[in-house]
Design a protein around this ligand. Structure first.
Ligand code: PSU
Ligand code: MN
Length: 301
């Protein structure tokens, strides 16, 4: 086994017994939400995965070790340290491991570590994508390249319009990543159930999702699959309110010259402030919803 990888005893036993396991990311903890809601949400997500019949494996880099399966203390440590933990995408892994640093894993790095551990299903809130203005800035998340090459199914709530949704879908198409709508033929826009963009396929049950991903794995096609799961109606936001908040946040990021890995965390925090915390409440609910679906898919894989 990879000498940098450390799988917790519980996750390791579940994998050895062929039990369903769901990977969870940690950038959402340290950079996606404020303390203490971040750790509280992460612990609730683990509980929801269990209630739906799978074992949770929260992923992070602790002291240079690539970890699949964190303790409660480790989750709280990442939540409390917040922005002081390095946001770690694919390019960050070598130096963090060599220096023995901590890192919060993005969708890309969580996929890498999940695949190393033999975990096939991963739940998160939102993925990175092609940012608005990318035709000039070239800001395209490494998450998309990871979906193109690493065999992990990612359940998310679609993409929020801090991204250019049309370009994100084009990029995924070019890279051969199937984009599935769960119970919908329209791409959900994270805080809302609709975006105006279509998905590649609508699938309606965890069984159908698992069957499609199993076929991909058995064919030996490289890369993952993206399942977009709309936020439950009861928690979705007014599209006008959220879109105005997003536009304002994007304008402020541009004015301040925010770029690179700071962009997504900056926008999330701004949107939360502008909406008076409503976006955070919705964000938490959609992550719970994705955790439940991912566990059900893992149980059927
Ligand atoms: N979108 C969210 N919350 C998040 C992220 C995205 O709603 O926490 C995080 C995820 O970890 C994702 C990362 O992988 O941001 C993408 O960052 P970038 O755009 O810098 O690749
Ligand atoms: Mn970026």
């Amino acid at each position: 086994m990879n000498k940098y990888l450390e799988i917790s005893p519980e996750v390791s036993a579940a994998l050895a017994a062929g039990k369903p396991v769901v990977a969870l990311e940690s950038t959402i903890i340290s950079h996606g939400m404020p303390w203490p809601q971040n750790a509280e949400t992460a612990l609730n997500v683990e509980r929801i995965v269990r209630e739906n019949g799978a074992v949770p494996a929260t992923v992070a880099i602790i002291g240079g070790r690539l970890k699949a399966g964190l303790s409660r203390d480790e989750i709280e440590y990442l939540g409390q340290k917040g922005y002081d933990v390095i946001k770690a995408s694919r390019r960050d892994l070598p130096v963090l491991a060599a220096r023995g640093d901590d890192g919060a894993t993005t969708v890309a790095t969580t996929m890498i570590i999940a695949a190393m551990a033999g975990i096939r299903v991963f739940a998160t809130g939102g993925i990175g994508g092609v940012h608005r203005g990318a035709e000039v800035t070239m800001d395209i998340s490494a998450d998309l390249e990871e979906l193109a090459q690493t065999p992990v199914l990612v359940v998310c709530a679609g993409a929020k319009s801090i991204l250019d949704l049309g370009l994100t879908l084009e990029y995924l198409e070019t890279k051969g990543v199937p984009v599935i709508g769960y119970g919908t033929s329209e791409l959900p826009a994270f805080y809302t159930r609709k975006s105006g963009f279509g998905v590649d396929y609508r699938l309606d049950t965890p069984q159908e999702v698992a069957a499609a991903f199993r076929a991909k794995l058995e064919m030996g096609l490289k890369g993952g699959m993206l399942v977009t799961n709309p936020i439950p109606e009861a928690y979705s936001m007014d599209p006008d309110v959220i879109n105005r908040a997003i536009d304002e946040a994007v304008a402020e990021a541009n004015a301040k010259g925010v770029k690179g890995k700071q962009t997504t965390p900056f926008l999330l925090a701004k949107i939360k402030d502008i909406t008076g915390g409503d976006s955070l409440a919705s964000n938490i609910r959609l992550v719970y919803n994705n955790a439940a679906l991912a566990a059900q898919v893992a149980a059927n894989l």
